[in-house]
Ligand binder design. Structure first.
Ligand code: GLA
Length: 765
């Protein structure tokens, strides 16, 4: 149950009384995983973060001698960079903890109480996770920090603050931070808007704080999925990079804080509203997980760490279900709100004929929903549109051998709905209201809708029951779970409630998954406004953007993919002329773009010309052929010097095969592209490279008198040759792509070449 009065107190309770302080003779904590390490020293009595970055090997110096110099006009002792950076240790950067008891106890002095260490199988007996507890008896608080170092090098860190005092502790911020190496002098993060999510921006790292605030109540179209800092010009495959991500779908801040003393930290925290978190006596507050990675080989190394973590989860789609990600057809851009059985049956038949494996009925099927102005909240199949319910459509879809998926937007309500008319007080807003009473002042509408107050147990239960009933009544394998507005002025009982609402939405997903374990869920939020590892812990894919324009998608998917592996990123072939940009693209470019994701269609494929249908069916078959590789391999993005070209690919972990896409996003300055490098293969293995799509003589894709000689029959070359010298590429027209399949042709690696600098191909075709 979601009791509003226990928003905070309902979280884990701690034992009464502040834990006793330990002496400071604890062994340092040195966690190492997959080339990355974290070093925390306790010799000052505080958890002092000495290092996060490259593995430091086994021989560590005497850490107690590593305190900084004491400069003039400064604190008389060296300043510690704590696990919770605090003013009580002289830290003048952004504090890790801000809170008070009615204006008192405003500055905590946290000291180490306990350190629990543990290793996991496969970590060679070394510590790879730990729990550090620090406490301040005077302030009456303790902070328990959980650290997990996952295989692949992805670090997870979160804090729990326990209030041991008799009165409530008002929490303003509890941040998770990590040190960044001095070599980092450049910041990269992502921003965006509707239909243009996940675009990178770079800036120099200067003294001061670079903060990205998300006040949308949801993750946000402009959210920085990744905040990175690194060495000058760090790229996809070169340079040192430190990166963080906050696994949270509510308000948040991520920041790089370069202090005047020369040290830099990066981190993130939940952004709390005024008075939002008051931690009751003997109650606690827990932060979301901070995820962090370090790479000595550019952003691809960061992706390796995230992908390894995702794919090791027992509930990762594919791992959980044991089945490949089905090819989807979503009807949205085919029919919008025009829900009529006959055309939908035709669409299902056409989809099945093309090789589609999952058919998703989008918005418009429930009571009163004829457009986007009414109906949200009334989660009953509309009797006028569907006199026999959804069964005729579902039977047809499943009869064709496809799964059936359904769109829902459970966290929202239209004022024009039976639900809002019956329960005006279930609409979230800033006003304090009583049960059954008027709604009070409401936030401005957004897409004509408001937010349903899921912190209200009755509202939560109603939504759970409706979704549970639909999933029980119909053969639904998949929910497209949408969330189409910011949570502005989000309040419950007159207090800010984004925190509680986010947890309530999480709990709704968790409980439904428990009740219907076979159902997959997609997280959509006006496209990609809720892409984060908090929502992805309880969903099976994200909808990266409402923009199906392949050119836009090249950027959106490339950068979403730095964190999220392709099997989790919904990616559809849209109509020939994009509904969101009016750009027209050939099918080959649209298909090559959609292949590097969870592939699907969002297009009225009922009346395609015969040639187009044949090409589309072939593209779907091609995706299915490479799906196991695309959804399990390592992502490779070349540092392509020509801004008009992009090269990305997926290479299998054993280096045995790869699929690359060369994409032209503009016209090039050069007459011919020259030799484009294909990095990421085993240097000393021999490979066969073949152009698979489109055909070499496709006049729409290429503008040339003749293609490079190898393009027609393929070529064999070593991984080193392909990475260092590359292959001459055809002249692609702008906004076209070329798919290249690479297969290893020798079983054993040849002996190391003594003249390592000469890059001769291993075999000549
Ligand atoms: C949002 C989604 C779209 C579609 C519509 C339906 O905009 O992002 O994909 O589902 O809602 O209203």
């Amino acid at each position: 149950m979601n009791n509003p009065d226990l928003i905070v107190a309902a979280e884990t309770r701690s034992p009464v009384g502040v834990p006793a302080l330990l002496s400071s003779d604890l062994e340092p904590l040195y966690l190492r995983r997959s080339g990355t390490s974290l070093l925390i020293d306790f010799s000052t009595g505080e958890a002092a973060m000495l290092h996060f970055g490259a593995d430091l090997g086994l021989a560590l110096p005497d850490l107690s001698l590593l305190g900084e110099a004491v400069p003039h006009s400064a604190l008389d002792v060296p300043v510690t960079l704590g696990l919770i950076p605090q003013a009580s240790s002289g830290w003048r950067g952004r504090p890790g903890l801000r809170g008070h008891r009615n204006g008192q106890a405003f500055s905590a002095r946290l000291r180490v109480v306990s350190v629990e260490r543990s290793s996991v199988e496969g970590s060679h007996g070394e510590d790879c996770s730990a729990v550090i507890t620090q406490a301040d008896p005077e302030a009456g608080v303790s902070v328990r920090t959980e650290i997990r170092f996952n295989d692949g090098g992805l670090l997870q860190l979160r804090h729990r603050l326990d209030n041991h005092g008799a009165d409530p502790y008002s929490l303003d911020e509890l941040a998770a931070v990590l040190p960044v190496g001095r070599a980092a002098i450049e910041i990269l993060d992502l921003t965006g808007r509707w239909c243009r999510e996940s675009h990178p921006q770079r800036l120099p790292l200067r003294q001061g704080t670079w903060v990205r605030s998300g006040r949308h109540g949801r993750t946000g179209h402009d959210a920085s999925l990744l905040l990175a800092a690194g060495t000058p010009g760090f790229g996809n495959r070169h340079g040192q990079v430190w990166a963080v991500h906050l696994g949270w779908s509510g308000n948040h801040e991520s920041f790089v804080d370069a202090a005047a003393d020369g040290r830099t930290v990066m981190g993130a925290s939940e952004l709390l509203g005024a008075g939002e978190i008051s931690v009751a006596a003997n109650a606690s507050y827990e932060t979301p997980w901070l995820f962090a990675a370090y790479s000595a080989a550019g952003l691809d190394g960061i992706s390796d760490a995230f992908y390894t973590w995702f794919r090791a989860r027992p509930h990762h789609p594919g791992v959980r279900s044991g089945k490949a990600r089905p090819v989807v057809l979503n009807v949205w851009e085919a029919v919008y709100f025009d829900h009529r059985l006959e055309p939908l049956l035709e669409l299902a038949e056409a989809a099945a004929g093309l090789g589609v494996e999952r058919f998703v009925l989008d918005d418009g099927w429930f009571r009163g929903r004829r457009d986007d102005q009414a109906g949200l909240g009334d989660w009953y199949v509309d009797e006028d549109l569907w006199p026999a319910g959804l069964t005729p459509l579902i039977d047809a879809v499943t009869g064709h051998g496809m799964e059936f998926g359904l769109w829902v937007e459970p966290e929202m309500v239209n004022e024009d709905s039976d639900l809002a008319r019956a329960h005006p007080d279930w609409i979230a807003g800033p006003a304090q209201r009583s049960a059954g009473g008027p709604a009070g002042r409401l936030p401005e509408r957004w897409r004509h809708q408001q937010v349903l107050d899921l912190v209200n147990p009755a509202a939560w239960q109603y939504i759970f029951d409706r979704l549970d009933a639909l999933l029980s009544e119909y053969r639904i394998s998949y929910l497209k779970w949408d969330q189409n507005r910011d949570l502005a002025e989000m309040g419950h009982a007159g207090r800010p409630s984004v925190h509680a609402q986010t947890l309530a939405a999480y709990r709704l997903l968790d409980e439904l998954r428990k009740a219907h374990p076979g159902v997959e869920i997609e997280s959509c939020s006006s496209g990609g406004a809720r892409v984060d590892l908090g929502i992805l812990e309880r969903t099976d894919r994200i909808w990266a953007s409402d923009c199906n324009d392949a050119l836009e998608r090249q950027t959106i998917q490339r950068w979403t993919g730095v964190v999220v592996p392709p099997e989790l990123v919904g990616s559809h072939i849209g109509p020939t002329t994009s509904h969101t940009t009016a750009r027209t693209h050939d099918l080959s470019f649209r298909a090559i773009t959609a292949m590097f994701g969870h592939f699907g269609l969002e297009w009225d494929v009922r009346r395609l010309a015969a040639a187009e249908r044949t090409e589309l069916a072939a593209a779907i078959a091609l995706f299915k052929q490479y799906r196991p590789l695309l959804h399990s391999g390592r992502m490779v993005r070349a540092d392509e010097p020509d801004p008009a070209l992009r090269l990305h690919g997926v290479v299998s972990h054993d280096g045995g095969e790869a699929l690359y896409a060369l994409v032209s996003v503009a016209t090039s300055f050069a007459e011919v592209p020259g030799r484009v490098c294909l990095p990421g293969l085993l240097p000393d293995a021999a490979y066969r490279v073949e152009a698979v799509y489109p055909a070499a003589d496709d006049r729409r894709a290429f503008l040339q008198a003749a293609p490079p000689a190898w393009l027609v029959g393929g070529i064999e070359a070593s991984g080193r040759f392909l990475a260092e010298s590359g292959l001459p590429m055809p002249v692609l027209n702008p906004e076209h792509g070329l798919l290249l399949a690479v297969r290893r042709v020798t079983a054993a690696a040849p002996a190391a070449d003594p003249a390592a600098n000469s890059a001769h191909p291993v075999r000549n075709p």
